[in-house]
Structures are given as structure tokens and as C-alpha cells.
Write a protein that binds this ligand. Structure first.
Ligand SMILES: *[C@@H]1O[C@H](CO)[C@@H](O)[C@H](O)[C@H]1NC(C)=O
Ligand SMILES: *[C@@H]1O[C@H](CO)[C@@H](O)[C@H](O)[C@H]1NC(C)=O
Ligand SMILES: *[C@@H]1O[C@H](CO)[C@@H](O)[C@H](O)[C@H]1NC(C)=O
Ligand SMILES: *[C@@H]1O[C@H](CO)[C@@H](O)[C@H](O)[C@H]1NC(C)=O
Length: 701
């Protein structure tokens, strides 16, 4: 045991950031001249750090990654010039109808193709593939995580998928083995992709992610897309927050996936206010796979089954009845790996309780296919690609199938090839991570929603379509689900808006996407906590009328009000001077940022509701305009807007107003009260959700 523990400590990789410029003369002694290491660090530690150094960041921000022992870490942390030292952690990867569904024009008439074709979207992901117009690809493997050959080639498929959603050229007659036929295209087909491979088989390490950001910013990309996530952390130890802040400073908007840990609340990831955090919604298409029994009954399961049956019916057995009697400690009813007898499975369709992965097991044992039953709250609406004929049904239907198996001597069944059906949309997928967030309580996350369920997009032919090595299907298209797929949809929408407004700040583009989004009505009461401002509407976002803009300085004063100090802020800003936070008081009853949505999170129901949101809008619509406020308030809460009329006489003119929210104490428990503000002239409507969340329950994450 102790050996393992020592090995781990030696492998502990750290990222340290240093304040730039405070020791100009001493800079040169740093690592390769790029990263600064103060002379004041005692020479023993400096030597150790130099030997242990893995990487110097220095193109867009300062810092280095090194392997250090805990006492060395402590010494380094104590240095004045070292802002933050944190352990390297691993993050994980979190896609043709979707653009038509969003009403996004395919014709170039309504595009600004000339500007769009000069636009570069930086994608931090699993690598590149020829299916996507690429202007460049680089890889980062600082932790030696790569197992195969070192190259930016996409051996996973995820990076090809996400980048083609953002900027794939239109491909007519695209489909996945005949399923989901149509024209596959990216949202900004003229834009170009710069791929930064930062994810390997074992995940995406913080060090590689930061290297990707550093490089992409230096390369001059216009937008960054990162479909990667991990548990939310304080911003000064969160590579996504750090990298995207530096990008924002250079006018680059970063869009990130919000995570796939829904429908549980408090699961949202990538929550920094300068990030566009994207939830996953459905499109109006569902992949249904019919499962028919010998008694004529049939069930509509969810899956992507590319196989057509050769016979009318096949023998059927349950995992319980196919158990290998020597392995009775394993769960045969769930068809766990190793629990089933090969000769009982061979040539049969198998019924399995529970979810996932059993298709590989059944395939290995020579089974014909499987029907799995589950009531997974997370994956309830996802159709997964099966490596062998298969589908999933509800556990209620599963019980009926099991009863049929038990009731007849020769149970039989057949699984059809998947067909597509229309469904009502959009809704937020169950897996999409939910707010509220816990880092900056009064900023609503996610920001908005974009399609992320069962998305057909380009794929890499290096892996099989299911990742199962026994699966011999390698295809140029695949159907995947996740907020990973939603994120590039939002990036493409941002690129589309930016092609019309090249000089807009990242916050202005984000505001345009948020205030024109379609608020989502959701069966459960957590609409805003799962979809933020709602479903993106790229076409409307080009003409938002008003924008809520945010400067770098406003973000910094916001961080001061949140309790960050000059030292930690320097990590984000990389500025020469430490910012003096002492004139910024902590924000009580307000959010301290000109955000396009308004959110009050109270963790004590003993107090009454009282908040003021100070906002400033910039006129980007008609030169002369009069906007009137329309407010909807939830029961028990009053919302007042002062003033409630805004008159503009010029473009780029700014007007300020405040939103006063008041309410009595709420009863014990968790309460979500949602209202909205809409500014409208005759042509634009600028919408913001207003959400009051109160809870006195301990947060379990
Ligand atoms: C076997 O797995 C199923 C499905 O996950 C579960 O419902 C059942 O409780 C498990 N049985 C045992 C004995 O663990
Ligand atoms: C079918 O039979 C198996 C084995 O006896 C049993 O475990 C299972 O509960 C039965 N299923 C139903 C739905 O009765
Ligand atoms: C700044 O904040 C960090 C992190 O909370 C803390 O460790 C540090 O002591 C603070 N510095 C000052 C000067 O207060
Ligand atoms: C920060 O500002 C406060 C008041 O504005 C001032 O008293 C203090 O000296 C300043 N601190 C530094 C380090 O400049």
C-alpha cells in the first residue's frame, strides 16, 4: 500500500502561476526564459522545480506544470510571486436535422459568408479528422496519457463529431447506416476549425487543457468550444475558468458543455460568468426500435439498431434463466459480464434488467441480440448505438416481457431496425446537468440550451462506432448525445452572430444569444435551472435590439465583490499590477454583474426576499427607439423595474435601470420562484429570466 501511495505523490502534477512583471530582472532565470521563477525561491526547490517541470505556459498566460512532492508544493505556494498551485486533475468528455429544427438558414443568402469564412473556431477535444475543414491541428500530451501513436488524429470520434457540428460542410444524403437520413451540416459551414487535441483515452488533464487554451488564444482563434467538464472549483484552481478568462480578455468567447449529470440539481459544470454554459435539449426526432414477441405483443424501445433481422422470430431467454450456475455470485438477471452461460445465450435474444454495456456481453457470447429494461433517470431519453441488435424498454415493459418468457415453452422475439419518429420538442434532456451552481451563487447557470440529443454528425473511422473492439463497423457518421453536442451548436450560433457583428465583445454575443432564446416550458418546475434563458435562436440573435455588455474590468470588480483578492485575480488576468479590491464591497442582495439573466440564491429561508439587480443595456437595434418593460412575477414576489421605459436617440447609447425584487420569508424547504423581464420596442423583445431560489436543505453533491 505504501508503495502505491509514494508513487502517487511523485506523480502529483501541479500547475503554478506566477505574477508577471514583478521581478523583471529575474524572469530570465525561469524555465526556458518563458516562465517566471523568482530568484527568491530557495535554490534546492528551484532545482527540483526545474527538473520536475513538464511544461511552460507563456504564449497567452504565465505558468508551468511540474511534478513536485507535497513539501515542495508548500514551499512554492508560500512564494510571493506564486499565485496559485493546484493539483492536476482529469476531466471527461461530456450530433442533421438539428440546424433545420433551429430555423437556421442553409442558403448563403442570409449569411455573411465572407466574414464567416475568415472565422476560426478553436476546438479543445480528442483530435481531428479529414471530414472537417481544418486549418490546423495540434496535440498536447503533458501527462504522457497517450497510449497509441502521438498525433492530433482523432482515435475517439468525439472531436470529429463536435467540430463538424460547429463547422462541417453540408453533406447530402448523410445517414448512419440508413438511419437519420438527410443533409448533415455544421452551423457555421464557412468557418474553419483549429483542433487542439487535449483529451486522450484516459480523459482530459488540466495541464493539457490549459496548454490548449494558451495555444488557441496565441493562434488568434475567434471562438473556443470545449465539450469537457469536471466538478466545479473555485476559479483560481479551475483550468476552464482560467483559460476562458484569458480568451475573453482577447475578445474570444468560450462555450462549454454544462455536463451530463442531470436530472439531479447542483450538477452544472463550467460555471464561470465569462463562459457560455450550454444545456442539452432535444430535437423533434426520436429513434425507436420495435421489439416484438412471439405472442404478437410489441414494444417501442429506444436505441440505435442498424441491423435488420434475417428471420421472422428468434428464440428468447432471460438473463435469469441463462445464468451460469458456477457464477451465481454475479447478477445474471442484469446480464453482468461473466454471469451468463454461453450455450444458453448462443443463438438467442436475451432479456436483461438494468442498463448499458450488456450488448457487448451478449455479442461476445454469440447471442442474437438483447432487450434491456431500465428506468434510468439520467439516460431516459437517449438512444444509444448498440453493438449487436438491441433496444431498451421501460422496466414496466420489461416485466411484461419477463412474464411472457416465464409463461411459454418456446418464447420468441424479434428486434427491428431502428426507425425515426416525430416527437414534441424541444425539451431538456434528463442527462443535461442542472443548476443552481455553487461557485458564484447569484449567476444563473446553465445560460441557454441547444440540441444535444441523438445528433448525427461526422465521425472518425479510427474507432468502431460503439468503441467496442469486436464491433467491425467504422463509419464517417455517428449518432451521439450529450451536452458535448449542444456546446458546438451554441458556438456555431455565436460564430453566426459574430459574422454580422465582428466587433462585438464576447459578453455582447452571449447576451444576444441569451435574450433572444426561447424560454422553455418544462414539465418539472426547474425550467430555468435546466435551460437558463432557453433554446437558442441563432437567426433572432443577429438582431437582439439591446445587449447587456460586460467589460474585463467589470468582471474583475465582480470577482472582488465575490471575495476574491488581488492576488488570486492576478491569476486570471495575468496583469502586471495586482488589482486593488479594497474599494469593492461584497455584494449583498445583488449579483454585481451586468448579466443577461437575474438570479437570487438564498441558502437560508429564515430571511425575506430582497434583491436589486443593477443593469445597463446598450442599444444595437434602431437609432431611435423606446423600450418598455414587461414583467411577470411569481406568486408571493413583487418585481419592479425602475425606470420602466428606456428612450434611445443613438446607436451604442447606454441606459441603466434596476430591477427590485421583494418577497416575504418563504416556508422551510426548497422553493423555486420564476419570473421574467422583457424589454420591447415594436421590433425587438429582449428577455431575461428572473429566478429566486431558496433552500435550507443541506446541499448534497
Ligand atoms: C441485479 O440487477 C438488477 C438491475 O440492475 C437489479 O434490479 C437487481 O436488484 C440486481 N440483483 C441483485 C441480486 O443484485
Ligand atoms: C420469471 O422467472 C424467474 C426465474 O424463476 C423469476 O426470477 C422472475 O421473477 C420471473 N419473472 C416474472 C415477471 O415473474
Ligand atoms: C487571497 O486569497 C487567497 C485564496 O483565498 C488566500 O490564500 C490569500 O491569503 C489571499 N491574499 C491576501 C493578501 O489576502
Ligand atoms: C487599496 O485601496 C485602498 C482604498 O482605496 C487604499 O487605502 C490602499 O492603500 C490600497 N492598497 C494598495 C496595496 O494599493
Amino acid at each position: 500500500m505504501s508503495r502505491v501511495s509514494v508513487a502517487f505523490l511523485l506523480e502529483l502534477c501541479l500547475f503554478a502561476t506566477l505574477v508577471q512583471g514583478s521581478h523583471d530582472d529575474e524572469r530570465k532565470v525561469g524555465f526556458g526564459g518563458r516562465c517566471i521563477m523568482s530568484m527568491k525561491i530557495d535554490s534546492e526547490i528551484e532545482d527540483k522545480a526545474r527538473q520536475a517541470k513538464i511544461y511552460s505556459y507563456g504564449k497567452s498566460f504565465n505558468g508551468f506544470a511540474a511534478r513536485l512532492l507535497p513539501h515542495e508544493v508548500q514551499k512554492l505556494s508560500d512564494e510571493d510571486t506564486v499565485v496559485s498551485v493546484f493539483a492536476n486533475t482529469k476531466r471527461k468528455l461530456h450530433t442533421t436535422r438539428s440546424w433545420d429544427f433551429l430555423g437556421m438558414p442553409e442558403t448563403s443568402r442570409s449569411r455573411n459568408s465572407k466574414v464567416e469564412s475568415n472565422m476560426i473556431v478553436g476546438v479543445l477535444d480528442t483530435g481531428k479528422n479529414t471530414a472537417v475543414k481544418l486549418i490546423g491541428a495540434k496535440y498536447f500530451n503533458l501527462e504522457n496519457a497517450a497510449t497509441g501513436p502521438l498525433s492530433p488524429a482523432d482515435d475517439d470520434g468525439h472531436g470529429t463529431h463536435t467540430s463538424s457540428i460547429a463547422a462541417g460542410v453540408a453533406v447530402k444524403g448523410a445517414s448512419f447506416y440508413g438511419i437519420a437520413k438527410g443533409t448533415a451540416r455544421g452551423g457555421a459551414p464557412s468557418a474553419r476549425i483549429a483542433m487542439y487535441k487535449v483529451c486522450w483515452e484516459s480523459g482530459c488533464s488540466d495541464m493539457d487543457l490549459l496548454a490548449g487554451f494558451d495555444e488557441a488564444i496565441a493562434d488568434g482563434v475567434d471562438l473556443i468550444s470545449v465539450s469537457v467538464g469536471g466538478p466545479s472549483k473555485e476559479f483560481f484552481s479551475d483550468p476552464m475558468a482560467i483559460g476562458s478568462f484569458h480568451a475573453m480578455k482577447r475578445g474570444i468567447l468560450t462555450s462549454c458543455s454544462g455536463g451530463n449529470d442531470g436530472p439531479t440539481d447542483y450538477t452544472i459544470e463550467n460555471v464561470a460568468p465569462w463562459i457560455l454554459t450550454v444545456a442539452a435539449s432535444s430535437i423533434d426526432r426520436q429513434f425507436q426500435t420495435e421489439f416484438k414477441l412471439g405472442n404478437g405483443e410489441s414494444y417501442n424501445g429506444l436505441s440505435i439498431n442498424t441491423f435488420s433481422p434475417r428471420k421472422q422470430m428468434y428464440p428468447l431467454i432471460s438473463g435469469t434463466l441463462a445464468a451460469d450456475s458456477h457464477q451465481n455470485y454475479l447478477n445474471a438477471s442484469a446480464c453482468d459480464y461473466g454471469s451468463l452461460s454461453k450455450h444458453k445465450v448462443k443463438g438467442r435474444v436475451v432479456y436483461c434488467e438494468g442498463y448499458f454495456g450488456q450488448d457487448d456481453t451478449i455479442k461476445q457470447l454469440g447471442g442474437i441480440g438483447l432487450v434491456a429494461s431500465a428506468d434510468s433517470s439520467t439516460y431516459a431519453d437517449v438512444a444509444f448505438v448498440m453493438s449487436t441488435p438491441g433496444t431498451t424498454v421501460s422496466s414496466k415493459d420489461g416485466e411484461k416481457i419477463d412474464r411472457y418468457i416465464n409463461s411459454t415453452k418456446n418464447p420468441r422475439a424479434v428486434i427491428s431496425k431502428t426507425r425515426t419518429a416525430k416527437m414534441n420538442a424541444p425539451f431538456i434532456t434528463a442527462f443535461s446537468s442542472r443548476g443552481p451552481q455553487q461557485i458564484t451563487l447569484n449567476i444563473l447557470k446553465p445560460d441557454l440550451a441547444a440540441p444535444g440529443l441523438d445528433i448525427l454528425a461526422a465521425y472518425s473511422k479510427l474507432p468502431s462506432v460503439t468503441g467496442d473492439p469486436l464491433d467491425k463497423r467504422h463509419a464517417t457518421f455517428n449518432i451521439l448525445s450529450g451536452t458535448s453536442m449542444a456546446c458546438p451548436h451554441a458556438v456555431a450560433a455565436a460564430a453566426y452572430v459574430k459574422s454580422f457583428h465582428p466587433n462585438w465583445s464576447p459578453a455582447a454575443i452571449k447576451s444576444a444569444l441569451m435574450t433572444t432564446a426561447m424560454p422553455m416550458k418544462i414539465k418539472d418546475q426547474f425550467a430555468e435551472l435546466s435551460s437558463g434563458s432557453g433554446q437558442i435562436n441563432p437567426v433572432k440573435a443577429v438582431h437582439p435590439g439591446l445587449v447587456y455588455d460586460i467589460t474585463v474590468r467589470s468582471y474583475i470588480s465582480f470577482l472582488c465583490k465575490e471575495g476574491y483578492n488581488g492576488t488570486t485575480i492576478a491569476l486570471l488576468t495575468g496583469g502586471k499590477k495586482k488589482f486593488n479590491c479594497s474599494s469593492f464591497k461584497p455584494a449583498h442582495g445583488t449579483d454585481g454583474l451586468n448579466y443577461p439573466s437575474m438570479h437570487l440564491q438564498l441558502t437560508d429561508t429564515g430571511t425575506s426576499i430582497s434583491a436589486v439587480f443593477y443593469r445597463t443595456v446598450t442599444n444595437v437595434g434602431s437609432k431611435k427607439a423606446v423600450y418598455k418593460a414587461k414583467v411577470t412575477a411569481p406568486k408571493g414576489v413583487s418585481i419592479r423595474v425602475v425606470p420602466d421605459t428606456l428612450k434611445f436617440n443613438n446607436l451604442h447609447e447606454k441606459q441603466s435601470f434596476k430591477v427590485i425584487v421583494k418577497g416575504d420569508r418563504v416556508k422551510k424547504g426548497t422553493h423555486i420562484m420564476s419570473g421574467s423581464l422583457e424589454w420591447s420596442d415594436s421590433r425587438h423583445s429582449v428577455k431575461s429570466p428572473i429566478l429566486v431560489f431558496t433552500t435550507d436543505e443541506p446541499i448534497i453533491t
